[in-house]
Write a protein that binds this ligand. Structure first.
Ligand SMILES: [Zn+2]
Length: 145
């Protein structure tokens, strides 16, 4: 098991900085976010080159790490401002959300790691505020899976 804060070799070549793993309760940012969105306690998320994981999660879960490393690379490519703008606001907060363009690449990794397309779409609809219509997400994944 990793220490709550640890540095690891970076397997994503596009990312220049080392990735840091932080258990959420060791982060002031996370404790602040818990008050705004309590459900974030149960989720892994990435900000820049830091991957935050839930208190009771296994920080060595390679499948989840593979997903989050996609976001680390996206942060590196687009920068924090554009990433967050796209993730939360443009073109719409839900239903035609830029979040889809960022998450679909990460969920393709999940699908390659064994997740079904149906499950990926269900998770995106239920936990990611339906970034795109279910039918269109399914179609997109099936074309590439
Ligand atoms: Zn994601």
């Amino acid at each position: 098991m990793k220490n709550p804060v640890s540095r690891v070799e970076n397997p994503v070549s596009r990312v220049e900085n080392p990735v840091v793993f932080v258990r959420q309760d060791h982060s002031k940012l996370c404790r602040f976010l818990w008050r705004l969105t309590p459900s974030i306690r149960e989720r892994w998320f990435t900000f820049g080159t830091t991957i935050y994981y839930p208190i009771y999660a296994n920080p060595d879960n390679q499948k989840v790490i593979d997903h989050e490393l996609v976001h680390v690379a996206q942060f590196s490519r687009y920068g924090k401002f554009l990433f967050l703008l796209f993730y939360f606001i443009l073109p719409l907060p839900i239903f035609f959300s830029g979040r889809w363009f960022l998450e679909r690449a990460a969920f393709m990794i999940d699908i390659k790691n064994g997740m079904s397309v149906e499950n990926a779409v269900r998770i995106l609809a239920d936990q990611y505020a339906t970034p795109w219509p279910r039918r269109l997400m399914t179609k997109w994944f099936l074309r590439r899976a």
